[in-house]
Design a protein around this ligand. Structure first.
Ligand SMILES: [Zn+2]
Length: 377
């Protein structure tokens, strides 16, 4: 079965603004790392270009008024009336060809999904995707078009059963909203608690409504949480529900901002914790649709995405250039020559506190959500 990377140099070269922390160039850095670590040499791997999202599909999630406003942004010019749609703010600036960028970025996730359901593809990755904060009627948190909400809605309408796992350090609020009353898409989000981080939502008691009750699981974790606590919470809560739900396709938003070197958030994850979680997902999924997401340490994020690619493709990174100087080596990688970080752990009271909180969340989900799926608590 095939593995597909959706990649466009042109999209990767797009900038919100020179000072904006969200950088599409991470996709190009990932692409370079895939070559550097011989991760794109298999015959069952292909690189395809994104195509624009078909406009009618946008309305599966977004309002007409919002999309009309977004279209006018292609000129790159600001108008006061755009502010009510969250456009032209510090977080969501207006730049030239913004609508075109958003349409292609979200179309990348859509085309990846098409490959998975219509062709013999097992895994497809759109690194310039994962805009999980975009709301139906406004832009938010660096996100304009919610590629995940639109794509998964389309798949659900076609009869596919979807599990969505959001490992971005921020709560996947836009996607949660899209499927809060829906049992066709099971949404999971594991993130730093809203008490200390944007968007301030994503608590364990947000479990879905109506037919969607029990199909929305949040795992908020305390700031400073390290790999051990994170992997514990993930493994304790998610796999039993995934097995029971038995999705046709698992969509994962691979935000890299849970990394301990991320400048905008406060978890203490390393690539070792990420790798464990990605491996669990890989073992519990028939097909995998992966997107990028947040991640503001550019090098660490692109290295995590390269690692995700390697795990989901089942190919080990191979360092044919070990010892060489220059070339495609840059950032901290030039010191270590590896996609992996050194292990890191917190200790003492801080560790106990983070662990206890994770255990409390796990117990809550087991008590309240598991019975809704016929799983003993
Ligand atoms: Zn994020």
């Amino acid at each position: 079965m095939d593995n597909i990377l959706v990649y466009s140099e042109e999209l990767a070269n797009t900038e919100y603004s020179p000072t904006h922390p969200f950088k599409p160039v991470r996709a190009r850095q990932m692409y370079d790392l895939l070559h550097r670590y011989s991760l794109l040499d298999e015959i069952n791997q292909a690189v395809i270009k994104p195509e624009p999202m078909p406009e009618d599909l946008l309305y599966l999630f977004h309002t007409k008024e919002y999309i009309n406003a977004l279209k006018t942004c292609d000129t790159g010019e600001f108008d006061l009336g755009l502010l009510e749609f969250g456009l032209g703010t510090h977080d969501n600036p207006i730049f030239k060809d913004l609508y075109s960028f958003s349409l292609h970025a979200s179309g990348g996730t859509y085309i990846a999904a098409q490959k998975l359901v219509l062709e013999d593809t097992r895994f497809a990755f759109n690194p310039i995707g994962g805009f999980h904060h975009a709301m139906s009627d406004h832009a938010e948190g660096f996100c304009y078009i919610n590629d995940i909400a639109v794509t998964l809605h389309d798949l659900a309408n076609k009869g596919y059963k979807i599990a969505y796992i959001d490992i971005d350090v921020h709560h996947g609020d836009g996607v949660q909203n899209a499927f809060y009353n829906d049992d066709r898409v099971f949404t999971f989000s594991i993130h730093e608690t809203g008490h200390s981080l944007f968007p301030g939502t994503g608590y364990e008691n947000e479990i879905g409504k109506g037919v969607g009750e029990g199909f929305n699981v949040n795992i908020p974790l305390l700031k400073d949480t390290d790999d051990e606590v994170y992997v514990y919470a993930f493994e304790e809560i998610i796999p039993p529900l995934l097995k029971q739900f038995d999705a046709d396709l698992v969509c994962i938003q691979v935000g890299g901002d849970g990394h301990r070197d991320d400048p905008l958030a406060h978890l203490n994850l390393t690539s070792n914790g990420y790798a464990k979680v990605l491996d669990i997902i890989n073992k519990n999924a028939k097909k995998i649709l992966a997107t990028g997401g947040g991640g503001y340490n550019l090098f660490k994020t692109s290295a995590l995405w390269a690692l995700a690619w390697s795990i989901f493709c089942g190919v080990e990174p191979r360092d044919d250039f070990a010892g060489s100087v220059g070339g495609m080596m840059y950032g901290p990688e030039s010191e270590s020559g590896s996609l992996y970080d050194e292990p890191y752990a917190i200790g003492g009271y801080e560790k106990d506190n983070c662990f206890q909180h994770a255990k409390d969340v796990a117990n809550y989900i087991k008590k309240i959500v598991y019975p809704l799926h016929g799983i003993g608590g």
